[in-house]
Design a protein around this ligand. Structure first.
Ligand SMILES: Cc1cc2nc3c(=O)[nH]c(=O)nc-3n(C[C@H](O)[C@H](O)[C@H](O)COP(=O)(O)OP(=O)(O)OC[C@H]3O[C@@H](n4cnc5c(N)ncnc54)[C@H](O)[C@@H]3O)c2cc1C
Ligand SMILES: *[C@@H]1O[C@H](CO)[C@@H](O)[C@H](O)[C@H]1NC(C)=O
Ligand SMILES: *[C@@H]1O[C@H](CO)[C@@H](O)[C@H](O)[C@H]1NC(C)=O
Ligand SMILES: *[C@@H]1O[C@H](CO)[C@@H](O)[C@H](O)[C@H]1NC(C)=O
Ligand SMILES: *[C@@H]1O[C@H](CO)[C@@H](O)[C@H](O)[C@H]1NC(C)=O
Ligand SMILES: *[C@@H]1O[C@H](CO)[C@@H](O)[C@H](O)[C@H]1NC(C)=O
Ligand SMILES: CC(=O)N[C@H]1CO[C@H](CO)[C@@H](O)[C@@H]1O
Length: 594
């Protein structure tokens, strides 16, 4: 089996110029020394690889633990995204520690483990957060380069808006002037209309004071309201950092990619201005395999994501000294912030049973319907499989007079930022809970967008192939409980709009409760993750806190930066791929000008 997989990769590598310089064995690499070595071919890593290798005088190597994404159907066909993880050959298979705020439940925390990283495994919702998010980042880091006024330009470098797959008229569904048309990542509006779409729009008109319609869901100056989802999809297929940034750069002679190689630690290579330099990168393609080492002449860029990056730092002796000593890892750089302040968006499914068979549950439940839909997608890249999981979503704030604000500061990054999000799904979306054998469903996900709970990523042992202990400590603060409870109440108000009266039958199971206690119990039983961990290698201007400075250099080290979602010190009002892409685009400019 393994031999076949390798053969497949090699043949594709030869036949497809786009991934021509992708290697499966390190002894085939053109060199063991590069100007830049990037760890992780995910959303951020591939941006850095593509931008740095624009200069043909600069040599770049990307090291990725997982396999290629080429030919992986579930990573290509948009609606199959929920089948690509958890617990597959393309996932890191993480499970969170028992969540004290959620009845001590444990659930999967999927992370893509293939070229493109989580951008090859995510649900493709695409937007950037609020302008407040970037201005807060600028103020926390003391670097005005992170302000929205400076970051806005990267949207145009990053995205390429393409027509929706069904060619429908998009007037009023997005604001073309606010988007790029010549960037790298294809982005489009939903290309398969559904019966519920018009009901969502009508409900937002009927309840316009609370759920205003928004004519662009990815304009950071104004995110509050409900509108059409923008997705990293083009022509009915996923657009990831691998299909865009990496494919367009990998024919360059100065960019090489090594797959199936897990970085196990960074090696100190000297002392510069009193700081340890970490320009050596050690990797292996599994436990008990011969490790390899490559060297960076200029820098190592860690882009292993919010779990992988702190794990590698800790394995390399960069982290809280006492924790490292307990695991018999020699502490080289004491930094208590590594792996700390893990923060994630909470996903709460609010499910209704509905009439008829217009929901997509039949496609997921009935093999014949699924095959018909797959045939349509395979031959024409159209139909339900060409679509993402949601056509409409909205961001909302708690009311100004909400009682919780008398007990503490508003955690949103500013008045333009959200406290919660509503995501409308035309089917049963309840991670980890199997679709019932009968019934049609409508899911209004309420996601907690400005959580105050903070958790940790810690090593379980000094073995790099042991999974780290991931504890987001979800819903452990009064604010988080309050915001989720009020979001459920708001969803119920939205579902009570007259546009739903001939469609919705009843709230499903625990959603039926109305008292505080009943809603809190619903929250504790069904909440899990929207897959957006950040904060574990946070940027900060402080000398005592934070893992990287505003230039993304790891504090107390030389030759080492972090560029990925882990550097966000707080969660932006967005699904995190867009904010990660923008951070990576600016990071590439910072590195180029250093
Ligand atoms: C199931 C799922 C659904 C999501 N849905 C959405 C969505 O709809 N919209 C959205 O905006 N965001 C979504 N996200 C989140 C989004 O994909 C991430 O925020 C984004 O990809 C983070 O980028 P990154 O570069 O930090 O990490 P990643 O994209 O995860 O990349 C990290 C890379 O590093 C590699 N790596 C890790 N450790 C090592 C190691 N030791 N050695 C070598 N390589 C290593 C990984 O295999 C991976 O390729 C979703 C995520 C998941 C998992
Ligand atoms: C995740 O689980 C799948 C299915 O069991 C397995 O094939 C894969 O190797 C696992 N991945 C890792 C990184 O352990
Ligand atoms: C967006 O909506 C606002 C208010 O609803 C309206 O004033 C504006 O003209 C719209 N813009 C576009 C480009 O459609
Ligand atoms: C907040 O204000 C609204 C509208 O004025 C009012 O209906 C509601 O009762 C108030 N809520 C609280 C908690 O004071
Ligand atoms: C499924 O069928 C059973 C038995 O007919 C019925 O009691 C139940 O309400 C149905 N569930 C849904 C969600 O329709
Ligand atoms: C970690 O979170 C706390 C608040 O929970 C905050 O005070 C601190 O500044 C954060 N640290 C970093 C590095 O962002
Ligand atoms: C590692 C690598 O492939 N480096 C090459 C980058 O490109 C220059 C010129 O284009 C070559 O000289 C390097 O060998």
């Amino acid at each position: 089996m393994r031999g076949l997989t390798v053969l497949h990769v090699v043949l594709f590598g030869l036949a497809t110029p786009s991934l021509a310089r992708t290697y499966d064995q390190y002894w085939n690499l053109p060199s063991l020394s590069y100007d830049y070595v990037i760890v992780g071919a995910g959303a951020a890593g591939n941006v850095i690889a593509s931008r740095l290798s624009e200069n043909s005088g600069i040599s770049v190597l990307v090291i990725e633990a997982g396999p290629s994404d080429e030919g992986v159907t579930a990573a290509i066909a948009p609606l199959l995204a929920p089948t690509l993880t958890p617990n597959t050959p393309y996932d890191w298979n993480y499970t969170v520690a028992p969540q004290v705020g959620l009845n001590n439940r444990q659930f999967a925390l999927p992370r893509g483990r293939l070229l493109g990283g989580s951008s090859s495994a995510n649900y493709m919702v695409h937007h950037f957060g609020s302008s407040d998010d970037y201005d807060k980042l600028a103020s926390l880091t003391g670097d005005n380069g992170w302000s929205w006024a400076n970051m806005k330009k990267y949207i145009f470098k990053h995205e390429k808006i393409v027509p929706p797959n069904d060619g429908h008229d998009t007037t009023g569904q997005y604001i073309p002037a606010n988007h790029g048309t010549t960037g790298m990542l294809s982005v489009s509006l939903p290309g398969n209309s559904q019966v519920i779409d018009a009901k969502v729009t009508a409900a937002s008109q009927q309840l316009a004071a609370e759920f205003p319609y928004m004519n662009d869901t990815a304009t950071p100056e104004k995110i509050i309201g409900i509108g059409w989802t923008q997705q990293s999809i083009g022509g009915g297929v996923r657009s990831s950092s691998s299909t865009s940034y990496l494919r367009s750069a990998n024919s360059r002679p100065n960019l090489s990619v090594l797959i199936n190689a897990q970085v196990t630690r960074l090696l100190p290579t000297g002392i510069e201005n009193g700081k340890l330099a970490f320009r050596g990168v050690m990797f292996a393609n599994g436990p008990n395999q011969i490790p390899g080492v490559v060297l960076a002449k200029k820098e190592v860029i860690l882009s292993a994501g919010s779990i992988g990056t702190p794990q590698i730092l800790l394995l390399s002796g960069i982290g809280p000294q006492a924790d490292l000593q307990k695991l018999h890892i020699l502490p080289l750089v004491d930094n208590p912030s590594v792996g700390d302040n893990l923060s994630d968006h909470v996903l709460l499914p609010n499910i209704y049973t509905v009439k008829g068979s217009d929901s997509l549950d039949g496609v997921f439940r009935d093999p014949a319907q699924f095959q018909t839909a797959m045939n349509t997608w395979t031959t024409s890249k159209k139909g339900p499989i060409a679509n993402g999981v949601t056509n409409q979503l909205g961001f909302f704030r708690l009311p100004k007079n909400a009682t919780i604000f008398s007990k503490g500061a508003d955690p949103a990054s500013g008045p333009k930022s959200a406290h919660w999000e509503m995501i409308v799904c035309n089917f049963w979306l309840n991670p980890g809970v199997a679709l019932p054998a009968n019934g049609s469903f409508l899911t209004f996900i309420s996601a907690l967008i400005s959580p105050t709970s903070r958790g940790t990523v810690k090593l379980a042992s000094s073995d790099p192939f042991d999974k780290p202990i991931i504890d987001p400590r979800m819903v452990t603060t009064d604010f988080d409980k309050f915001a989720l409870r009020e979001a459920v109440r708001a969803v119920k108000r939205f579902a009570s709009a007259s546009s739903w009266s001939d469609y919705i039958i009843a709230p499903y199971q625990t959603l039926a409760g109305t008292t505080d206690d009943e809603i809190d119990s619903h929250v504790r039983q069904l909440s899990s993750t929207v897959f957006h961990p950040v904060g574990t290698a946070a940027m900060s201007s402080s000398s005592s806190k934070g893992v990287v400075d505003s230039q993304l250099k790891v504090k107390g080290t030389a030759g080492l930066r972090v560029v990925d979602a882990s550097v966000w010190p707080f969660l932006p009002s967005a699904h995190t791929q867009g904010p990660t892409y923008l951070v990576a685009e600016r990071a590439a400019d910072i590195i180029k000008s250093a």
